[in-house]
Each structure stands twice: as structure tokens, then as C-alpha cells.
Write a protein that binds this ligand. Structure first.
Ligand code: ADP
Ligand code: MG
Length: 660
């Protein structure tokens, strides 16, 4: 059954659903609410000033609207609540006006101020609520509202038997899980918190089970395989190492040795290089690729963004320029002709090292003899992509690089199919990035220090969480900030804006103007989070810092402090200051990710990333870690007893199948 066949879903809503990564009924029914609103009607006497309450009321006076400024209005009326006349106020709901006639029975959600006898509502429901109610809340996007998603799901639920249940019967019985169909229905339409808990439990387990089944499968397959024993001229490699512009740190040296040992052994390399931002992982990868080139094989390096891929390409070109090594860059924005040229050379073996985005795994990319595959920022790619690139060669060695967004214990489970090299210490001479948490009201002093840096010839990054003005939340956006900064600096400083929606070519030009120093201030979204390397940038200002995870903020501030200049990071936020202070105190990425993990509220553990290893739908690595460990053991046992004959598992594992 196709999505379009569901009642209510037309071509237009289909397009919007696609934007939410919903392409079929299974996607739709597993588009789980990210939270639930629980409404339990109480009487006015039970209400405290500080808690959000749900109260039934009857309208007593016609509502009045007061427009305060653009996008900001106030609607007020009197209502009778438990025989008491109460003032009701709600903001930015002028559109409710026509539904609020005198005598209408409504339900108010919000806070009651006894002293002022005023109920400030955050929500008004247009009928009384007589029983407690749990309402799912979905991540919605412009054009598709929460209740629309709800109704599509409601209409799709009768077809939920089409959805495969991946929990094997033995475990279904052992844990007495709810049936999948029932669980799905409850997750979207819960009657009480008890059944909701049960439904979630089974969904979490299933999600982890699938994940760990894949990981365990990868591990087993990998152990069974013999790779290629690569041989290369050690002297030649020594010459390359001697040509490097700096000494390797001891951790880098160790990581390099581990990689070279793997290359030479008959074991197929499957190695994770973990290291904080700025720890110098790229050079390790480059050395491994050079050794691989010297042994006569091609290498591929895959990065999550075009910006990063381009940068890696440039770095590598510089490092190998005195050696007869051919490097090429393959990204989605290449012209057809250029692309075909590269593909041709790749097939002929004229290219030794190919750098690119996930364009590398397109079907038409064929190598002559791919021997080593490296993915940078591995945590941004999903487990399914681990296999795809390996598929391209004849059992190529594999290296994953990651800046550990999660603590060791969790990483060890998630990446347990890999060997790990740890880069703990950063290159010498790297200064701590001085970090300050500042209130919005202290912005003036921040602007002052920006100006001073610019006068010294240095450059500035400014980061905002959003591109567009956001109607629902009061957050800074890049365009707005550009206007404010232009005003503040009286248009005398060159400022540019960078975000993900800008076309690749233009993006490149913007970055280039920043690299050359023409642009002094770059206002960007988190597109600059990974990799952008402009050594002359000394200050980064991050607005609405409360909206980011500590690990992300740490990664972001890693954009500065890339040479011996004093580097500063300002975190602008009026909220969540205690959590942000962790960054004032520490520059240690491992410590920060631990703290991040401990302090973040559940659910938003990994931000709003759409893809990647940690993008579980209902499961939460930290909260549900015990379930993960159980699923890990169960999936292992399940694989061991080779019950994989069932086709549903074959299909599942095919998505990561790279080896057979
Ligand atoms: P990351 O681990 O975050 O990917 P990079 O590989 O981008 O870090 O390295 C960060 C910066 O440190 C780069 O500019 C790189 O040239 C520099 N670097 C790496 N290793 C060393 C070293 N041993 N000594 C001095 N600088 C180094
Ligand atoms: Mg890197």
C-alpha cells in the first residue's frame, strides 16, 4: 500500500511528508511523537502559581485583541471557572477570536496567577476536557501541522499489519512484549501512561535489536574475512613522513603505527580513530592513504559535507605535492564533464586518492583497485553506510574517524565491531580556547572585543541556530544577525552569511573570501561545525547557545584557536547557564561529552540530527542503555544460532551487506 492511498494524503502533503523523510506507511507509522502532552483537568483551588494546569472554563465576555507589534498580539477575555470570574490572557492566538463566543465551553492550559486573578494560557481547547488525556506531539514543519500528522497516522494505522516486526519470537515471548501492531497504535493514541510505557519499551527494544543485529553481523563477517596484505616501500614512506610540516604527537604516531600494521596484515582493517576536535586526525588518515598508494592501491576519503571534503582535498594536495600521488575531489556540485573525467581516471587507476562527499558511493563510481576507505566524522553517517563504500573495492581496509560525541562506554557498544585508536593529546602549542558565557544584555562588550580583534587583523565566526526568522521560538537567525551586525559596525566591516541552503558554488566563494581574509565576519549556521579551517579566525560567538549540545558547542569553538593566537569563544544565552559553564571550565572533549551526556535532558541527547549512528527514533542511548545491552546480547545469540534464514532479516542485513 502506497502512502498516497491513505485518506487525506494528496500530492502536496506527500511532498511535505517526504521532507520529513516519510516515504511509505512504515516511515509514517514509525514517525513517533517526540513528546506527549498530558492534560488532567483540575479545579482552580488545586492550582499552584508555578505549575502548568488544565482547567475547564466558560467564556463570560467577548475577547479583545491587542496588537503589540508585528507577530505579537494579545487576546484577553473573562471566563467563569468553578464559579469564579477569572481574567484569561493568551499571546499570539488572535486567530482564535472567531471561536471564542460568550457562553462557549473551553479548556485552558497554562498558569494561574492568584494575586492578579489572571490565567495566562499557553493553549486553549475549544471544548471541555472531562477525562485526562494524553496527546502526542510530533515534530512538524511549515505547511504540515501536528494534528494533520496525527490524522494521517490515524488513517494509516489500520494498515499497520503490513509492517515487519523484527523482534524474534523467542524474545517476544521471553519479554512478553506487546504485539507490534498494538504498540504502534498505542504510541500514536495512548489511553494511559501505563500502556504507553509498555509500547515504548517494545519499540525501544526493537530499534536497538535491529541496530545491534547489524553491528554484530558486521563484526562476524569482518572477522571471517581475510583482507589484502599490503606491501610498500618503507623508505619511501619514511621520506613522506620526513616531509611533513610538523612532528606527529605520540598519540598520532601510535595511531599511524596501528593503521600501518593493519594495512600490512592479512586481517582486514576496520579501525575507528577517535580524537577530539583539533587532535589531528586528518594527518593520520593521510599517512595511511599514502602508504596505501605506495602499495599500489587506491584510497577514498568520504566527508559529511562538501565544505569539509574540499578542505581535506586541499590539505592532502599540499601534503603530497612532492610525491607522485594523484588526488581528486568528487562532490555533488561537479559539472557533468568534470565528473566524467574523474570517473574515467578513477577506473583507469590514474587517481590514487579520491576525496568527496557521499557522492563517492553513487553507483557509477568505480575504482580500479580500491584498497582503503576512510570516513571522516563517522558519527554523522548511519550504520547502513558503513558497508556501502567498502562495497566499492575488493575487501578494502577501512578507517573511521570520529570526534567522540559520546562517552567511551557507549561508543564501545555502538562501535564494537571496530578496533579503536585513541588520540588523546592535542598538538603542542595549541592554546586553550578562552570561553565565556554571556547574557544577551552583555552583547555590547562582546561586540567591543570583536571590534578589537578585527582591528588586529583577525577574523570572527558568528553562529546562529536558524536560517530564517522563527515564528514559534524567539531565536536568532543568520539573516537577522547580519542586519544587526551591519548596523553595529556601521557597514564598515565586511560581513557574509553562510548556511546550508546556499548553493554549493556560492558557498565555496563565501568560504574562500573568508579564507583570504577579505570577509572579516562570517555569520553561519552549524554548517561550519565540522572541519572549516581558517587559522586567522580568533573569536567565535555562538547565539542561543542553549539550543546546542555541549559536544556540538565544543566542536564549533574548535573552529578557532588553530594557531598560536589567543582564541576566544562567547556563548550567548539567557538560559541553561550552568550547563554551558562546563565549556568555560574545560577544553577536554572527552570530559565535555561525558558531561553533556549526564546533563542533557533525555530525548534531545543528540540534538536534532536527522541521520547518523545515534539517530534512534524512540530509543535513547543514555536512558535506555540497559535495554541496549540486552538487545546486544540477544542479537548476538540470535545470529549465533543462525536463524537468519527468515527473509525479513536477510533484507534487513542486505542494507548493510557489503561483504558477501
Ligand atoms: P581533527 O582531528 O579535528 O580532524 P585536524 O586533522 O583538522 O583535526 O587538525 C587540526 C589542525 O592541527 C590542522 O591545522 C593540522 O594541520 C594541525 N596539526 C595536526 N597534527 C599536528 C601536529 N602534530 N603538530 C602541529 N599541528 C598539527
Ligand atoms: Mg577532522
Amino acid at each position: 500500500m502506497e502512502l498516497q492511498e491513505i485518506k487525506g494524503i494528496g500530492p502536496k502533503s506527500l511532498e511535505l511528508l517526504n521532507k520529513l523523510n516519510i516515504y511509505n506507511i512504515e516511515d509514517l507509522l514509525t514517525y513517533y511523537p517526540y513528546r506527549y502532552n498530558v492534560y488532567k483537568p483540575v479545579s482552580l483551588q488545586e492550582v499552584s502559581d508555578i505549575e502548568v494546569a488544565t482547567i475547564n472554563a466558560t467564556i463570560e465576555s467577548n475577547p479583545r485583541i491587542f496588537y503589540m507589534r508585528r507577530n505579537f498580539n494579545r487576546l484577553s477575555f473573562k471566563a467563569l471557572v468553578n464559579d469564579l470570574l477569572v481574567n484569561v490572557v493568551i499571546f499570539n492566538r488572535a486567530y482564535l477570536y472567531k471561536n471564542l463566543d460568550v457562553g462557549k465551553e473551553i479548556c485552558l492550559v497554562g498558569k494561574y496567577n492568584k494575586e492578579k486573578n489572571t490565567f495566562v494560557a499557553s493553549e486553549i481547547k475549544l471544548s471541555w476536557l472531562l477525562e485526562p488525556k494524553i496527546e502526542p506531539v510530533y515534530h512538524a514543519i511549515k505547511g504540515i501541522k501536528n494534528n494533520q500528522i496525527s490524522s494521517y497516522i490515524e488513517n494509516a494505522l489500520p494498515f499497520s499489519q503490513e509492517i515487519v516486526d523484527y523482534i524474534p519470537e523467542i524474545y517476544q515471548d521471553k519479554y512478553q512484549f506487546l504485539e507490534k501492531k498494538k504498540a504502534l497504535s498505542i504510541l500514536h493514541k495512548p489511553h494511559n501512561s501505563q500502556e504507553l510505557k509498555q509500547a515504548r519499551l517494545r519499540s525501544i527494544y526493537e530499534e536497538f535489536f535491529i541496530f545491534m543485529l547489524k553491528i554484530n553481523y558486521l563484526k562476524i563477517k569482518n572477522d571471517q574475512i581475510t583482507g589484502i596484505q599490503k606491501q610498500f616501500d618503507e623508505e619511501k614512506l619514511e621520506a613522506f613522513l620526513a616531509s611533513l610540516p610538523f612532528e606527529l604527537t605520540s598519540d598520532q604516531t601510535k595511531a599511524v603505527q596501528e593503521c600501518l600494521k593493519d594495512l600490512k596484515s592479512s586481517k582486514r582493517m576496520n579501525r575507528l580513530i577517535e580524537g577530539d576536535v583539533g587532535s589531528g586526525k586528518t594527518i593520520v588518515a593521510t599517512i595511511a592513504m599514502v602508504a596505501n598508494t605506495f602499495s599500489g592501491y587506491q584510497s577514498a576519503l568520504m566527508a559529511p559535507t562538501e565544505i569539509l571534503a574540499t578542505q581535506h582535498y586541499e590539505t592532502i594536495c599540499k601534503l603530497v605535492k612532492d610525491f607522485d600521488i594523484h588526488v581528486a575531489l568528487l562532490t555533488g556540485s561537479l559539472k557533468k564533464k568534470e565528473r566524467n573525467e574523474i570517473l574515467e581516471k578513477l577506473k583507469n587507476g590514474e587517481i590514487d586518492i579520491l576525496v568527496g562527499t557521499h557522492a563517492l558511493i553513487s553507483e557509477d563510481v568505480t575504482f580500479k583497485n580500491l584498497g582503503l576507505v576512510i570516513t571522516d566524522e563517522q558519527h554523522r553517517f548511519g550504520v547502513n553506510q558503513r558497508g556501502n563504500l567498502q562495497n566499492k573495492g575488493n575487501l578494502p581496509d577501512t578507517i573511521y574517524m570520529s570526534a567522540t560525541p559520546i562517552p567511551r562506554t557507549y561508543a564501545l557498544t555502538i562501535y564494537q565491531d571496530m578496533d579503536a585508536s585513541l588520540i588523546k593529546t592535542k598538538p603542542m602549542g595549541r592554546k586553550e580556547i578562552k570561553t565565556y558565557v554571556k547574557k544577551e544584555s552583555e552583547l555590547k562588550s562582546v561586540l567591543q572585543s570583536i571590534l578589537e580583534e578585527i582591528k588586529l587583523g583577525h577574523q570572527i565566526y558568528v553562529v546562529a541556530p536558524s536560517i530564517m526568522e522563527n515564528e514559534e521560538r524567539n531565536v536568532h537567525d543568520v539573516n537577522n544577525l547580519k542586519t544587526s551586525f551591519d548596523t553595529a559596525f556601521q557597514n564598515k566591516v565586511k560581513i557574509e552569511v553562510l548556511h546550508g541552503k546556499i548553493k554549493a558554488k556560492e558557498k565555496e566563494e563565501i568560504i574562500n573570501r573568508f579564507k583570504t581574509g577579505e570577509t572579516k565576519i562570517l555569520i553561519a549556521t552549524t554548517v561550519i561545525e565540522v572541519g572549516v579551517d581558517v587559522k586567522n579566525a580568533t573569536t567565535i560567538v555562538i547565539f542561543n547557545a542553549e539550543m546546542f549540545g555541549l559536544a556540538t558547542l565544543h566542536q564549533l569553538r574548535g573552529r578557532v584557536g588553530r594557531n598560536d593566537l589567543e582564541a576566544t569563544c562567547f556563548l550567548i544565552s539567557d538560559y541553561d547557564v550552568e550547563r554551558l559553564k562546563v565549556l568555560e571550565e574545560s577544553n577536554d572533549g572527552f570530559y565535555i561529552s561525558e558531561q553533556d551526556f549526564l546533563m542533557r535532558r533525555e530525548g534531545d541527547l543528540f540534538g536534532t540530527r536527522q541521520s547518523g549512528d545515534m539517530s534512534f527514533k524512540v530509543a535513547d542511548l543514555k536512558r535506555d542503555f540497559k535495554i541496549l545491552l540486552q538487545a546486544k546480547e540477544d542479537s548476538k545469540a540470535f545470529l549465533k544460532n543462525s536463524q537468519i534464514v527468515e527473509s525479513k532479516y536477510q533484507i534487513l542485513l542486505k542494507s548493510i551487506q557489503n561483504i558477501d
